[in-house]
Design a protein around this ligand. Structure first.
Ligand SMILES: *[C@@H]1O[C@H](CO)[C@@H](O)[C@H](O)[C@H]1NC(C)=O
Ligand SMILES: *[C@@H]1O[C@H](CO)[C@@H](O)[C@H](O)[C@H]1NC(C)=O
Ligand SMILES: *[C@@H]1O[C@H](CO)[C@@H](O)[C@H](O)[C@H]1NC(C)=O
Ligand SMILES: *[C@@H]1O[C@H](CO)[C@@H](O)[C@H](O)[C@H]1NC(C)=O
Ligand SMILES: *[C@@H]1O[C@H](CO)[C@@H](O)[C@H](O)[C@H]1NC(C)=O
Ligand SMILES: *[C@@H]1O[C@H](CO)[C@@H](O)[C@H](O)[C@H]1NC(C)=O
Length: 447
């Protein structure tokens, strides 16, 4: 009995200190990370020489979800403002497309979007690097959907084949702008064609975890934070956490954005890693090390997977966080099926979004461990709708940052994939997605 108790204590102790690195070192995942070159600073994407159309099938519609590119940190210390002087995007003026940004609920609120002329970044602003890399992702999509498949018109004469939606944040609107500039490079004859990018208001946007659309979300998030597993995660490595906390001008011990998540501790370090800037030091002169940066990135790998897939509250969270968005995604696919024989129908829908959007989608689809790593800047999901030429049946293929998405079983604990996304029967896909969409959001979300 005594022996048993001792080993329980030993397990708990080991659990609290090394469980995250253990999870990440699990054979398959460690191999995948190495093999597939996970890079938080620049996501992989589709690569034309390796890209093949689905056999015997025609492409009907594509939905692209792209996280914004490299950005300045969420929090910039006053003393650090000089460091973040990498946001002058006028250097891209000659190659960047103009966009017209419209609030979906109010047509009179449209504006021709103007990018920043100053070098100094605002907190969380898209950097020049982020703009350039977003263009690269657009170019990669061009090589496939225009050059290889001839799915989209090669000349940009109007927007009619494209629908572009963003969240109401500057970095996502700009990411859409630069992605479009790579997809359709500026030429003398197309440079005047403006592209409309629409967004919802913050309060009604389904592209983010929105407690305004579902009050119950906050309650579920708190339940997840209260689990022993998550509390032991937060309690691990207290010295490092405290060292990094003291790097923020705005740090307050009772503030939940520093207390209940490691997202800001990760952000203050990784944003610098992505620019090869010296890691910061705190008020006491203690400096962050590369191993701290790695630890915080690993923390986020765990945090997001636990919140959106593995905790017993995750299925409920995901239902409310992504269900309303899944409803819009499915509606768009269904209408693409109805309209696909029409000339000039929309063929590509571009969603410029956040890490939160990407992990909500991945949580909803129950992505496997590798696919559930913390989404890099410009993480990109392509959902392709194909039609089999001989049977007329529709199927779905999904790429997550350049690789076929792999998923687990539809319910927790079931490891066998609920679909193979090399080619997933559209009806199975549709039935699964519908199972996540709340039929009556208001009723289900009542607290
Ligand atoms: C749209 O926005 C304009 C300008 O802010 C405002 O005057 C108008 O009332 C709004 N219309 C609607 C339908 O909200
Ligand atoms: C931003 O870049 C443009 C083009 O390179 C340059 O002309 C301009 O002076 C820069 N702005 C600032 C504030 O340095
Ligand atoms: C583009 O717009 C500008 C200003 O409206 C105009 O002067 C120019 O002729 C237009 N160019 C083309 C190719 O349409
Ligand atoms: C957090 O602590 C600070 C200083 O101790 C205090 O001013 C502030 O009101 C507290 N905030 C909350 C949300 O408790
Ligand atoms: C924030 O500012 C303090 C001084 O105000 C400084 O010691 C610390 O290094 C800064 N943090 C970062 C991340 O640069
Ligand atoms: C298309 O349908 C044919 C005939 O049923 C089948 O052999 C083929 O595997 C299908 N292709 C795909 C990609 O599902």
């Amino acid at each position: 009995m005594k022996l048993k108790l001792a080993s329980v204590f030993f397990c708990l102790f080991a659990y609290a200190t090394s469980t995250i690195s253990t999870e990440l070192n699990k054979g398959d995942l460690a191999f995948d990370i190495l093999q597939n070159n996970y890079n938080y600073c620049e996501a992989n994407t589709l690569y034309s020489p390796q890209y093949q159309p689905v056999l015997g099938s025609d492409l009907v519609f594509v939905q692209t979800f792209i996280r914004h590119g490299d950005r300045a940190p969420y929090f910039i210390n006053n003393s650090d403002l000089h460091l973040w002087n990498v946001c002058n995007k006028t250097i891209f003026n000659s190659v960047a497309r103009s966009i017209f940004v419209k609030d979906v609920s109010n047509n009179t609120l449209g504006v021709n979007y103007v990018t920043s002329k100053t070098n100094m970044c605002k907190a969380s602003e898209l950097t020049q690097k982020g703009a350039e890399y977003s263009m690269n992702i657009g170019e990669a999509a061009r090589r496939i959907y225009i050059d290889k498949l001839k799915f989209l018109y090669s000349e940009y004469k109007s927007q009619k084949q494209l629908r572009v939606r963003s969240t109401n944040a500057d970095r996502t609107k700009e990411t859409a702008k630069y992605f479009l500039s790579g997809l359709y490079p500026i030429t003398p004859s197309n440079k005047n064609i403006s592209t409309t990018v629409f967004h919802y208001s913050y309060d009604s946007d389904t592209m983010v975890t929105n407690s305004n659309l579902c009050q119950k979300i906050t309650q579920i998030q708190n339940q997840i934070i209260s689990t022993p597993r998550y509390q032991s995660y937060l309690a691990a490595d207290p010295e490092i956490t405290q060292k990094i906390n003291l790097m923020f001008d705005d740090y307050q011990p009772n503030n939940t954005i520093f207390k209940n998540t490691r997202i800001n501790q990760q952000d203050i370090l990784q944003t610098r890693v992505c620019h090869q800037f010296k890691l910061p030091c705190n008020k006491l002169g203690q400096c962050a090390t590369p191993s701290d940066a790695k630890l915080e990135l690993n923390n986020l790998h765990f945090e997001v997977k636990y919140k959106k897939r593995d905790s017993r509250f995750s299925p409920q969270l995901v239902r409310f966080a992504v269900g309303p968005f899944f409803s819009q995604i499915l509606q768009e696919l269904n209408s693409a099926i109805l309209l696909h024989k029409k000339r000039n129908a929309v063929r590509m829908s571009i969603y410029s979004c956040h890490d939160d959007t990407i992990t909500n989608i991945l949580g909803g689809l129950r992505a496997d461990d590798f696919n559930f790593l913390w989404p890099p800047f410009n993480a990109n999901i392509f959902i392709e709708l194909w039609k089999n030429r001989s049977t007329g049946k529709f199927s779905i293929r999904i790429f997550n940052s350049g690789r076929i998405l792999k998923v687990l079983g539809a319910t927790q604990g079931d490891p066998s994939p609920w679909c193979d996304f090399n080619s997933c029967n559209f009806n199975s896909f549709s039935e699964y997605i519908k199972s996540i969409i709340p039929a009556n959001l208001k009723a289900e979300c009542a607290v």
